[in-house]
Ligand binder design. Sequence first.
Ligand code: ZN
Length: 248
Amino acid sequence: MQVSVAYLILSDIHANLEALEAVLADAKGLYDTILCLGDVVGYGADPNAACEWMRANAAATVRGNHDRAACGLEDLRYFNPVARTSAIWTREELTEENLDWLRTLPQGPLVMDGKRKPFALVHGSPADEDEYLIESADARMFSGSLDQQVTFFGHTHVQGGFLLARGVASRISPQTAVQFEPDYFYLINPGSIGQPRDGDPRAAYAIYSPENQAAEYRRVAYDIRGAAEKIHDAGLPGFLASRLYEGV
Ligand code: ZN
């Protein structure tokens, strides 16, 4: 008998422990394997706790641009001033063990065997870990070139994604669960745990069930004030705290 597997898909945690803890409480019992699409650190005030939790619990993590920045693999000249300030703060805050772990994170795409059929994990896009898939036109570029039917991506901090069908890309509404249909390809963004930017300040994540061929988008309220106060206390730019309340 095949054991059913469900994946908890996490992305863009950004060292927000309050948001991560709320997601884990909300998702309890719904999954047995944890996968992470990167940006474990950067912006938030708990980079060590976020790394340690991910190291201990995630079956696989692909690196994000903020993970590279924190461990010295990224030229900070290309970061905006707020991101650069937080990357430098994060680098100084992280333990050697966590810096080493960040340096070893693989670049996506990472192909998971998925029990029933393989699927892919990327941070930005299937072609470029730093590319933002924002518009349908961005996603349409991948029509006809994907080896896996389902790719999970992050980086934009916008829950949703795209359906690719016969050369056309259409946006997937995160209001609903997505049922994967044969012959179509899917780019699925679970949204950001620690710094949502789609106007909904609640932490975002997804559950993927290969058995049901479905992904469910989920949101959960968390202690934004607690996360924001830690950002202030750390001396990080105030915008990183205030934006959490708005989800922008
Ligand atoms: Zn991010």
